[in-house]
Every structure is written in structure tokens, then in C-alpha cells.
Design a protein around this ligand. Sequence first.
Ligand code: C5P
Length: 331
Amino acid sequence: MPGAPTCRDRGRRVVVHAPAKTNLHLAVGAPGHDGYHPLVTVFQALSLYEEVTATAAEPGSGVTLTVSGRGVDETPLGASNLAVRAARALAEHLGRPADVVLHVHKTVPVAAGMAGGSADAAAALLACDLLWRGDLAPADRLDVAATLGADVPFALLGGTALGTARGDRLEPVTARGELHWVMAWAREGLSTPAVFTALDDARDAGRAPRRDVLDARVPPALAAALADGDPHALGAALDNDLQDAAVALRPALAGVVGAARGAGALGAVVSGSGPTVAVLADGADHAAELARVLGAAPEVAETRHVHGPVAGARQVVGADVSPDHPSLRGR
Ligand code: C5P
């Protein structure tokens, strides 16, 4: 049986990081029968990582989970946790028992529009595949990831990518250079389904334009800005159909976007379904300055300077390192 546990597996552990994301473009169509909305989106992976440690467990012990870091109180610890679901989905795909001890260390805020939960799922999927020696082909890993959530495949892939269907069908996009972002975090998260519903309601009431046809391409101005590595053009090309819906649910977000623009940001847009605002800076010094200004805004709980694009889910410690390896101490 592939990946069957052996004696030498005892105590083996694998550590994987998976990145948060923002959306440079997010066009949303009308919901289908399954309640999901067709999307055309451009993702970018950011240098803020969730970390999952998968440790070999006794046969029959099932999946156990502990969580540390940011937002622990808002993170489910049971079967609904995306890391647990990822381990179980992979075990089923491989036809093996789902015996593993998972530890998730969170740095991405929960319900922030940055796909932190999806990064947990992606990291758990890769960590368990390495731990169990499943040797899943990357395309198969992406397929399993898509069963867990629309943003999970992108957290595996990373970089900059066009997402279509639910956002889970991906195509890498050429992007030159490094972008500096300031992520402005709100005090409280927003529910993704609630933001999609607010957009549907606004469209039904004629308060927002419909998108009956989606153009499944990177918008030409955005594609050119990415290919040229031109942050000024990119700032002007940022857009998000969910922005007004997020602002309707959380009016203070309009103030954050306005403050960022007033402070000279190249662009400012709600990240995914919000409430994080992604603010594009003209280099590292400008990002530090924007972070200082936005950090003083009453609506902003915290700012973080990150860069993108970065790689998708990656192993950070060798799979065969013993648990008392110096790099693992204190984890
Ligand atoms: O796929 P994921 O679980 O991350 O999505 C969370 C929720 O966001 C879905 O249950 C759905 O309400 C909404 N969603 C959507 N259309 C998408 C992606 C997400 O309506 N393409």
C-alpha cells in the first residue's frame, strides 16, 4: 500500500509553509446552482506564511490537531478545520489511513480576505503527502486541493496566477520584479459568503452592475503592468468586484482606502472578500511610510509590510530530520 506506515516513520516530521494571497483583479459572475460564483481573478502570493508541522502518528490514532499563533480562538479544532480536512482528503485519495499529528502555526489573520485557512489546507496537504510518501503528481495535488476550497490550489501554486471557474483553475502569469504591499488589517473579520451575498443583493436591487459574461483573461492593462514590472501602472489596474459589497458591510473600509490613496499609495483595494485593504507602495521605504500613516488610522488594527510574488507551499525542514534537530527546537 502506498505510504503505509513503517517503524522508521515514528517521530518523523515535515514542516511546510504556505503563503497568504491577495487579488490584483477579481471579477465575479452570477452564482450557479451550487451557490458558488464564477470568477476571473488574478492572485498574487504574499510573504506572509502559515506553517503546518505533520508528525507521524501511531496506526489507528487518526488526525489530531493543535493550533498556535494569530486567531487561535477563531479557528475550529475539529473535523471542519481545513488542515484536518486536507489530511483526510489526501488519505482517502491515497487509500491509506489518515494517521497524523498536525500542528498549525498561524500568522495570517482569520476571515481577512487573504486565504489563511486555504494556506493551512495547502500546507497540510503537502506536509502529509511528504510524510506519507504519497508522491502525488502536482496536478493531482491541485485536484485534491480544489475539493477543499476555491483558494487552496493557489496556495499550493503561489507566484502570480489567473484563476477561473471558482478561482481554482489556475494558469501562471508572467510578473517581473518585486511588489511591496502594506496590508491594513481590521479589528474583526468578514464572512466570505456574506460578502458574496451582499454583492448579489446589490446587483438584484440595481445598485451594482451585473457581469453576465466574464472575460477569462488577465485584463490587458494589468497583464502589461505585470509583464513590465511597473508598479505605477499596476496600482491603477487593481480592481475588485467585491470591494463595494465589503464596504457596504464595513463602511470604515472606505476610509482606509481613501487614507491610503491620500498618503500616496500607488493603489489600494480590498483584498478578496476583505476586510483587509491591500495597499501598493513604490518600494520598501515608501511601504514603511505608508504602514506608519495607515497604522495611525482608527479603523486599522495593524499593518504589515509584505512583498510578492512568492512561491507556493514549500517544505522548510527535511522530512527525515529527527525531532530534536536544532531547527525544530522551540516549535
Ligand atoms: O471555497 P471556499 O470554502 O473558500 O469559499 C467560501 C465561500 O465563499 C463559499 O462557501 C461561497 O459562499 C463563497 N464563494 C463563492 N464563489 C467562489 C468562491 C467562494 O460564492 N468562487
